[in-house]
Design a protein around this ligand. Structure first.
Ligand code: PGA
Length: 267
């Protein structure tokens, strides 16, 4: 069974005191063993401070970064996978549409995946169609290209260590605007499609074990419906990870679904 995963990608929403407050509150609410993985991705400047809080708590919540550079050394203004690893980062978001819109290519995503894997960080590779592609019937072609080029040359061990995020660009809230999440059925169909591409490139076993999470206007209302879909293994939460009040219902929904699923599994 695939372990559910909820990722809070806090973008540049929270200044340091708020980011620290959020992490502390989250930990005080989530005591005890969870049946899912929860990952918090603060901004780079908040990362070290949030890392300390998470470490002190015994790591109920994992630390994620929002990006990484594919190399180290003479790259002014960038952040390397070695630096992230040293801070206790476990997951790294890659290929987010907000970075793709600033010029990040699938080739760069591929280099970054390799950098993460070399330092034993778990890449969360974002793929997704935009409004034009959707209206032109090009959603699946776009995602195929992102997967084919982004995952190019990876071996079965590599692919087993990554998470895919289906993030339809047309559903991303982008700063609180009034956007709707994909319907659970549409999201699930795209997750199935992604799984089928992974199966054709690697194997059925890998396709059925890889975690694919959905992102785009997720909140406490949509979360339970999305999570009940068989191919949706978790959620990537942007805007609703700005406040505990909005984020907690998403985590609780995932915990509930995880408990129901585990009780449904036979001995
Ligand atoms: P949203 O962002 O939850 O605000 O739509 C999701 C994302 O950008 O990954």
């Amino acid at each position: 069974m695939r372990r559910p995963l909820v990722i809070g990608a806090q973008k540049l929403f929270l200044p340091l005191p708020d980011a620290v407050g959020f992490a502390s509150q989250l930990l005080s609410t989530l005591s005890g063993p969870l049946s899912l993985d929860v990952v918090l991705c603060p901004s780079f400047v908040n990362l070290a401070h949030v890392a300390e809080i998470l470490r002190a708590s015994g790591s109920v919540v994992s630390l994620g970064a929002q990006n990484v550079h594919f190399s180290r050394g003479d790259y002014t203004g960038q952040v390397s996978s070695v630096e992230l690893k040293a801070l206790g980062v476990e997951y790294v978001l890659l290929g987010h549409s907000e970075l793709r819109s600033e010029g990040e290519t699938n080739g760069m995503v591929n280099h970054k995946i390799r950098a993460c894997l070399a330092d034993e960080l778990i890449p969360i590779v974002c793929v997704g169609d935009n409004q034009n592609q959707r209206e032109s019937g090009l959603s699946k072609a776009t995602i195929s290209r992102d997967l084919d080029d982004g995952l190019y040359g990876l071996n079965t061990a590599d692919i087993s260590s990554i998470v895919i995020a289906y993030e339809p660009v047309w559903a991303i809230r982008a700063g609180g605007e009034n956007t709707s999440a994909a319907t659970p059925e549409v999201a699930n169909e795209m997750h199935d499609f992604i799984r089928s591409r992974i199966a054709s490139h690697f194997s059925m076993t890998i396709a059925s074990s890889i975690r694919i999470v959905y992102g785009g206007s997720v909140d406490g209302v949509t979360a339970p419906y999305l999570l009940r879909q068989p191919s949706i293994d978790g959620l990537l939460v942007g805007t609703a990870s700005r406040s505990i009040r909005e984020f907690l219902p998403v985590v609780e929904a995932a915990q509930e679904v995880a408990l129901v699923d585990s009780s449904a599994v036979g001995p």
